[in-house]
Design a protein around this ligand. Structure first.
Ligand SMILES: NC(=O)C[C@H](N)C(=O)O
Length: 504
């Protein structure tokens, strides 16, 4: 196992201690971090003190070119994904106030964990999550972080493509007024997923820099703003209790098989006894709330790549990018959850969009919302794929420099794998509750905290200093979340529950 940062840094080259903020020439990273250089040269980044002796750090071998705003879009897009569709369900199982409390807690903890990542990254000059793991714990640390990133992001991407598979045929069928019984190829979700992957996602995933995706991220976020506006608008349109779309209706023909999400909701089986929203509520499904929220706020694998490409990168500036993104997503998450819940109360389904289909699957506004959500999640896939490819490169080809063939090859293999998962796994959604309960707490809580404790030199912050004690508590909190969520989910499954939480 490797010793923590300082002794190694000193043995690897000169280090500068700027009043507690160590800045280090990155010669030592050449062997490990060879994929991040946006200009294509071998990795040779340096964090050097700025001339005026401020604590700022900057890269000297290339300039990050992505503006502050574009970085906010990219990080916002990384945060916002299918997680938003599960939040109303989470609120239905916690009540409004408990949900607000948990949402606030997860958002604040998420921002604190980005602070830990950025500070560790500033000290050793590493800008990849898995390499922080390497710096802290050697190969096991790198592998643990790399595997967690791969699992989490493959889970997230599969859930996005699953939405494409289930929603796109319905949208096309309605717009073309096609007969649902006709086995037309363009109504087959599997073909559609493959086509969307090949024609939209793959070209975007081949971009060498995340910064180029700022425009698509901005567009993706505006689609989600449209989704949110429609959810708010619909709340005032749909009466309570709502009327189910007729049982013999096309809904059945359209195969709106909501039971694929783990619950039977036939003919309004589940009914809230009154139309009063609950402020507090606890039931067997409440245990899924933290995995759902944790999943919804994961963006940590993307933070360091976005930091790398930020113009004038300083820890403070990147923290600002993160805080703004988290704050905006927090607001959107709360509004979407609240109005989705107020519309359907106890009848809300694990995937919000499905619930609207129970009222009228042909509603034009809801169809447009489906298109918007489809677009948003499709455009998020390349952002989420980026750190997985990097983690794979760091795990499998640690000493190789950038190579276009490998860059393209890994993206194609990953997309093929995710397509196969989405096409062949009948109920991949239940996998996500496990992923939401394991890799999400690792990436948000446990790893940033333990990497921080190992990386920040004891001379700067002894083990009994406040920041390190806080970080240790943070890691412990992550372990508690993980153990609790996992055991509750296992109990729920074994007693016949079994909801796919964490991603939809
Ligand atoms: N980026 C991720 O891993 C998931 C994302 N936070 C979502 O809600 O879909």
């Amino acid at each position: 196992m490797m010793e923590p940062a300082q002794s190694e840094i000193l043995s690897n080259g000169k280090s500068h201690d700027l009043g507690g903020e160590m800045v280090v020439p990155m010669k030592m990273m050449q062997e490990e971090d060879v994929f991040d250089d946006p200009d294509g040269a071998l990795e040779n980044e340096e964090f050097l003190p700025s001339g005026d002796g401020k604590k700022n750090i900057h890269f000297t071998d290339f300039e990050g070119k992505t503006s502050f705003g574009m970085s906010v879009f990219n990080l916002g897009n990384a945060i916002m994904g299918s997680g938003i569709l599960g939040l109303s369900y989470a609120m239905a199982n916690t009540g409004i106030l408990l949900f607000l409390f948990l949402l606030t807690a997860v958002a604040a903890l998420s921002s604190y964990s980005i602070h830990l990542l950025l500070k560790s990254s500033g000290i050793v000059g590493i800008r990849a999550y898995e390499l922080l793991g390497y710096r802290a714990f050697g190969t096991p640390g790198k592998m643990a972080a790399g595997i967690a990133i791969t699992l989490q992001n493959i889970g997230a991407m599969s859930s996005y493509l699953y939405i494409v598979k289930s929603e796109l045929p319905l949208v096309i069928q309605t717009f073309l007024k096609a007969d649902p019984e006709s086995h037309l190829w363009y109504l087959n979700g599997n073909y559609l997923v493959m086509m969307v992957s090949a024609s939209i996602i793959l070209p975007l995933a081949l971009m060498k820099q995340l910064g180029y995706l700022g425009y698509t991220s901005g567009f993706s976020l505006s689609c989600m703003v449209f989704f949110l506006s429609a959810v708010i608008y619909k709340k005032f349109q749909i009466p309570c209790p709502f009327e189910e779309f007729s049982a013999n209706s096309t809904a059945e023909h359209l195969s709106l098989n909501v039971s694929s999400h783990g619950h039977e909701y036939n003919n309004g089986l589940v009914h809230e006894d009154d139309c009063t929203p609950r402020l507090f509520k606890i039931n067997s499904q409440t245990v899924y709330t933290i995995p759902i929220l944790a999943f919804a706020f994961v963006c940590h694998p993307e933070v360091l790549p976005i930091y790398t490409e930020l113009r004038n990168p300083t820890q403070k500036r990147m923290q600002k990018v993160s805080n703004i993104s988290i704050l905006v997503m927090y607001t959107m998450y709360f509004l979407a959850a609240l109005f989705g819940y107020l519309t359907f109360l106890g009848n809300v389904e694990p995937e919000l969009l499905h619930t609207y289909s129970r009222i009228d699957p042909y509603d034009t506004l809801i169809l447009c919302v489906r298109v918007a959500v489809l677009t948003a999640v499709t455009l998020t896939v390349p952002i989420v794929l980026f750190p997985v490819r990097r983690a794979i490169q760091h795990m499998l080809f640690p000493t190789k420099s950038f190579n276009w063939l490998r860059h393209i090859g890994i993206a194609m293999v990953l997309l093929t794998l995710i397509n196969m998962l989405v096409i062949f796994a009948p109920n991949i959604l239940s996998i996500f509750s496990i992923i939401g309960a394991t890799s999400a707490p690792c990436l948000i809580f446990i790893f940033p905290a333990v990497f921080y404790i190992r990386i920040v030199p004891k001379e700067d912050e002894p083990m009994n200093s406040v920041p390190k004690i806080l970080a240790a508590c943070f890691a412990a909190l992550g372990v508690i979340f993980m153990v609790m969520s996992l055991s509750f989910i296992i109990i729920d499954w074994s007693t016949g529950g079994g909801l796919a939480a964490g991603g939809h």
